[in-house]
Design a protein around this ligand. Structure first.
Ligand code: SF4
Length: 433
C-alpha cells in the first residue's frame, strides 16, 4: 500500500511536469530520477502547484496549511533548485521551472552531498542518451526551437561585425543581463559521473544563467555564483578558446541562459549528430564559406566541428579539401576560429532565421505547434490573468495567417476569432484604400 501511495505521488508529479509544453515523457527511468530529486512529500506538494508564479499565501491555500509553514516549504524547495523565486513589487513569488532548461540541469550545476549525483547522472544518461523520447520531444516536437546558436564574434569580418544585430551577439546579451550566474556545466558534469568524460576536456565552470533565474539560483542554495560583466566576457573568451558552441534560449530579449557546449556531452549537439539532418536548435544567421585558394587542406576544421558537418574529400588535383554539409551546419564559427590560414569566412545566410521576441512569444508559438495552446491557457491557468492573456493574444495577432488559424482552432475563443477577423477586415480596407 505504501508503495502504491509513493508511486502515486510521483505519477502526479510527472503529470504536473507534463503541463509544460516541454515536459518529460513517462518512463521507469523518469520515476527513478524524480525519486532522487524529490522526497515523496515534496512530490505530492509540487504536483499541486500552479504553472504561473504564485505567492506563499496561494500555496498555503492549496496545501491547506498556514502561510508561515508554506513559506518554509517553498524556501526549502528553492534551496534544492526545484523552485525559482522572483520579486514583483516587493512580493515574493515562486514558480516551478520545466525539466529542461530547468530543474534537471540545476541539480548538477554544483557539487552537492544531499543527493547521489553519480546515480542521478547514470539515470540522466539512460533517460536522455539511451532512451530517446525525452530528447526527441525536447528538440523536435515543435518547429520553434528551445535554443539557438550564437556565432563566435571574433571570426566575423569587420563588415559583418558592423551589421550583426544586437540580439545575435552573446557579448551583447551578457552586457544587458541584470544578473549573470556562473555554475558547473550540467552536461559535462553528468557525462563525467556517467563514465563518459568530455572528449575535448572542456572546462566545467562555463555555464551561464541570466536574469532572475541566475539571482534565484545564486541566492537559494548557491547553484550559481553571481559574476560581473568582465568575468562573463572572460567565460565567453575561454569558451571560444576551448572550441565550445554558445547556445542560449531561443529568444531575442532576456534569454535565461547561455550554455557553452561541446559536441560530445551537450544533449542538443549530440542530437544534431544522432538525428542529422534534423537540427535540434535554431542556427545563427551565418554560414561558413571556404576560400579554396587559401585552404591548405590541413583538416583542422573537420576535427573541431562539434556536429561533424565537415568532411575532407579529395579534390581534382588530389589535394584534400573540406566539404561542409550546409543542411546541418549550425553556423557557430568554431571551424573559422580554428583555420590556420583564415580560409573560412562566415557569410550572412541568404534566408534569415526568425527568433521569437521573448519567452511568452516562444511559449505561445511552441504551444500552437504542439497543439497544446488550449491546455496552456485554460487547463493550467498559466496565463489566466488579463495582462498575460493580452500578451498571448498580442503574440497570436502578430503570427502569419496559417499559425493564427491553428491557434484559433485550438483556442476555441470567440474573442480571439473576433480579434482575428477584425484584423483581416482592417487589412482588406487598407488594400482598398
Ligand atoms: Fe582548409 Fe582551414 Fe579547414 Fe585547414 S582548417 S582544411 S586550411 S579550411
Amino acid at each position: 500500500m505504501g508503495h502504491i501511495t509513493s508511486r502515486q505521488a510521483y505519477k502526479s508529479l510527472e503529470e504536473r511536469i507534463n503541463w509544460f509544453t516541454q515536459g518529460a515523457p513517462p518512463s521507469e527511468t523518469l520515476y527513478k530520477i524524480l525519486q532522487v530529486l524529490y522526497t515523496e512529500k515534496e512530490a505530492k506538494w509540487m504536483a499541486l502547484l500552479p504553472v504561473r508564479p504564485f505567492t506563499a499565501k496561494k500555496a498555503a491555500k492549496i496545501w491547506r496549511t498556514t502561510e508561515y509553514k508554506a513559506e518554509k516549504v517553498l524556501e526549502h524547495l528553492c534551496e534544492k533548485a526545484l523552485l525559482v523565486d522572483s520579486y514583483h513589487n516587493g512580493v515574493r513569488k515562486f514558480v516551478m521551472p520545466p525539466p529542461m532548461a530547468g530543474f534537471f540541469e540545476f541539480a548538477l550545476m554544483r557539487t552537492r552531498g544531499d543527493i547521489d549525483q553519480k546515480y542521478l547522472s547514470e539515470l540522466y544518461y539512460q533517460y536522455m542518451n539511451v532512451e530517446e523520447d525525452f530528447v526527441k520531444d525536447l528538440f523536435y516536437a515543435t518547429e520553434t526551437r528551445l535554443g539557438r546558436v550564437y556565432v563566435q564574434e571574433p571570426v566575423l569580418s569587420s563588415e559583418n561585425a558592423l551589421h550583426i544585430l544586437d540580439y545575435e551577439r552573446a557579448s551583447y546579451i551578457l552586457d544587458e543581463a541584470e544578473y549573470i550566474g556562473l555554475g558547473t556545466c550540467y552536461c559535462r558534469h553528468k557525462m563525467l559521473h556517467a563514465g563518459h568524460p568530455c572528449e575535448i576536456n572542456a572546462p566545467l565552470d562555463v555555464c551561464l544563467t541570466l536574469g532572475n533565474v541566475a539571482r534565484s539560483l545564486a541566492q537559494n542554495g548557491g547553484f550559481a555564483r553571481l559574476i560581473d560583466k568582465a568575468e562573463a566576457r572572460d567565460v565567453l573568451e575561454r569558451s571560444y578558446a576551448a572550441n565550445l558552441v554558445q547556445i542560449g534560449e531561443n529568444v531575442q530579449n532576456n534569454p535565461m541562459f547561455i550554455c557553452n557546449c561541446c559536441g560530445c556531452c551537450c544533449e542538443a549537439l549530440q542530437a544534431a549528430r544522432k538525428f542529422s539532418p534534423m537540427q535540434p536548435v535554431a542556427t545563427t544567421n551565418y554560414q561558413p564559406k571556404v576560400k579554396q585558394e587559401t585552404c591548405i587542406g590541413c583538416g583542422k576544421c573537420e576535427k573541431v566541428c562539434p556536429i561533424l558537418a565537415i568532411s575532407m574529400e579529395e579534390g581534382e588535383n588530389g589535394k584534400k579539401k573540406p566539404v561542409i554539409d550546409m543542411d546541418i551546419c549550425l553556423g557557430c564559427g568554431v571551424c573559422a576560429n580554428n583555420c590556420p590560414t583564415k580560409a573560412i569566412e562566415m557569410e550572412r545566410r541568404p534566408v534569415q532565421v526568425i527568433t521569437p521576441v521573448n519567452s511568452t512569444h516562444r511559449f505561445v508559438l511552441q504551444a500552437i505547434e504542439k497543439g497544446t495552446l488550449q491546455n496552456l491557457v485554460f487547463d493550467n491557468h498559466a496565463f489566466a490573468n488579463h495582462r498575460a492573456m493580452a500578451a498571448v493574444f498580442g503574440v497570436i495577432l502578430s503570427l502569419p495567417p496559417l499559425k493564427q488559424a491553428l491557434a484559433s482552432k485550438q483556442f476555441k475563443s470567440i474573442y480571439l476569432d473576433k480579434l482575428l477577423s477584425s484584423q483581416v477586415n482592417k487589412k482588406k480596407k487598407q488594400i482598398k484604400e
